[in-house]
Ligand binder design. Structure first.
Ligand code: COA
Length: 254
């Protein structure tokens, strides 16, 4: 079975992470599949809303670290950046259902969603610093804007998980429900949107995003350049090596 499942029903394209044995971590190929699906959603009249979901125990462990090491995103055209630009620029509504851990891009992709529903077991984290890296997905712009600077600094610099209630408090999540209900709840809300006039939804989203839309794409490019450079620097090498060897990283000299 594919690591990314896509189906269209009642005007909703549902994209599901389906790699439970690796905690729904995302390979370059998976980013490519998702970017293509979002591009299809943009042009396909049968799709009015896109919904991204995981499993009731895990949304996503973020980048597949092994794949990342073997296949680092070396240019703006890398699948991961193509996927991020596709969701940031999607005119149609984007909804997410999150249960369990949402690590790295599992959290940062949510900044590009219009509605986010979370299971009460959701654990969000952006551990880029702990990996010797820097933020991506324009999270360095959007987290401070949404959370306030100090809360964003805590999330992005300490990189510790924050949970469903805190995520709702800072505005990342609309509603918290039991994990077994989150995908169904998000699907219900997505279908409600799909029944509305699409032109009004698109215009409303465009007006709400305003000038921020261009700023977000520009910030993604700036972040991608730093992220790409930092991937081959000693801190990231130590962090990823430690993950693969299942030991704690040692940053004492870095
Ligand atoms: N990349 C590659 N493999 C990953 C992964 C990732 N990001 N996250 C988990 N896996 C793999 C583990 O290596 C393990 O594989 P194995 O069974 O072959 O040993 C399997 O998925 C299960 O992971 P495990 O850590 O045992 O699950 P858990 O339930 O104890 O913890 C997480 C789940 C998500 C909290 C934990 O796996 C984690 O922190 N992962 C790394 C997250 C991360 O740093 N992502 C990068 C962000 S840029």
């Amino acid at each position: 079975m594919s690591d990314i499942l896509t189906h269209i029903d009642a005007g909703v394209m549902t994209i599901t992470f389906n790699r439970l044995d690796k905690k729904n971590s995302i390979t370059s190929a998976m980013y490519g599949t998702m970017a293509d699906a979002v591009d299809q959603a943009r042009s396909d009249a049968a799709v009015r809303v896109v919904l991204i979901q995981g499993h009731e125990t895990i949304f996503s462990a973020g980048n597949d670290i092994g794949d990342f090491l073997n296949n680092p995103p070396s240019s703006k055209e890398a699948n991961v950046f193509r996927f991020l630009r596709s969701i940031a620029a999607l005119e149609k509504p984007l909804v997410a259902a999150v249960a369990g851990p949402a690590v790295g891009i599992g959290t940062t992709l949510l900044f590009h969603c219009d509605l986010v529903y979370a299971g009460d077991n959701a654990a969000f984290s952006m551990p880029f610093v702990n990996l010797g890296l820097c933020p991506e997905a324009a999270s360095s712009l959007l987290a401070p804007r949404m959370f306030g600077y100090h809360r964003a600094a805590e999330a992005l610099m300490l990189g510790e998980p924050f949970y469903a209630e805190a995520a709702q408090e800072v505005g990342l999540v609309n509603r918290v429900v039991p994990p077994t209900e989150v995908n169904a709840m998000a699907q219900t809300q997505a279908r409600k949107l799909a029944a509305k006039p699409l032109s009004s939804l698109i215009e409303t989203k465009r007006l709400m995003k305003g000038a921020q839309a261009q700023e977000v794409l520009a910030q993604m490019d700036v972040e991608a350049a730093s992220f790409g450079r930092m991937l081959s620097e000693p801190a990231a090498k130590e962090a990823f090596g430690a993950f693969m060897e299942k030991r704690k990283p040692d940053f004492s000299k870095l």
